[in-house]
Design a protein around this ligand. Sequence first.
Ligand SMILES: Cc1ncc(COP(=O)(O)O)c(C=O)c1O
Length: 400
Amino acid sequence: MTNHFPIFSKHTPLGQPLIYLDSAASTQKPQVVIDTITDFYTNEYASTGRGSYWPANAASAKYEQVRHQVASFLNAKSDREIVFTSGTTDAINKVARSFVYPTLSPGDCVVTTTMEHHSNYLPWQQICKEKKCELVVAPLNQNGILNTLALEAQLAKGAKFLALTAVSNVLGTQNDVTAIVSLAHQYDVPVLVDAAQAVAHYTIDVQAWDCDFLVFSGHKCYGSTGVGVLYGKTDYLAEMQPANYGGGMVQKVNTIDSSFRPIPHKHEAGTPNVAGVIGLGAALEFLQKKGLENVYEHEQALTVYALNQLAAMDSVTIYGSVEQRGPVISFNLDGVHPHDLSTFLNEQGICIRAGHHCAQPLMQWLDVAATARVSFGMYNTKVDIDQLVAGLKSAYQFFR
Ligand SMILES: Cc1ncc(COP(=O)(O)O)c(C=O)c1O
């Protein structure tokens, strides 16, 4: 699999082969995505939706074709439900500002969970502050799985909105999204699903999940940075005011008032990241050709293998549950700060993440300042994990 990814044919500055265990932060890029973006800039570049000359027409057609492809990737009912954004963070902020904010009155509450990335926490905290509302953070059970009884109690109190992640970027916990959305809908609470850590790993079906909004970033599923997707049910996207105003999204502008294009374009003000969108199309096609079922099976096997190897080391503490886990493992090595560990492993060509992973409320719940984290993509192998384990053993000896 690494042969599709040119970075793996390079060596690190110290001359070792690259062992990349940080796909939860961002995936490496396959040649086909790099080539598609290069080809667009080289041979057919123009902006979309404005010009009526050949490269502009070609770019507009490709851009809209990717919208169709994303709709089908997510099993959305219509292309109109797909808005291109600059990423997950941008998409969540759009929903917070344009959909949820106008519905809030003082004393209302918005619910999120303890396992959210700051991107699915701060936009809600901010609008709640501004509207004098409460942000309720649903707790986890001891094993890091969402406590659905506590969540239901909050929903029953008349929450206005629920925002939760499909997969935790720290614990790897995979939430049962279908069941949680169904629970929220029993109380008429709309739900946003943060699929940033799901999109590259298993099949998403927005109709089966019945979520009201779903968001993800291109760079986490083998596409480029600076592009993302906001899926929203047609009525909700239509009812939402745009978060941004500018070129491209207008029907008619005059000095008194203006009117906007229908969805999805009214939510895409300004020149979009055309190359990023076209690259996203290539990335999703690449993923689909590999088969998400195969990717899932491969990454699950790696995760189980890694968990077993790590669990066999007395010096390692693993966080979160063994079950319901995506390809993300957070841990600590006794007596070694995660930043020291990652610096040490870097010397051996092994890239892992250390820190709070943009999830400080979760760190507080875990009662740690930071963790080390490994996460897998389709290009990882058991050999990578063996190297990691050997690296951890050396680190333990070195720092003791
Ligand atoms: C679960 C989750 N949500 C949101 C984000 C934010 O994604 P982006 O920085 O691409 O907007 C991340 C990134 O790590 C994430 O893991």
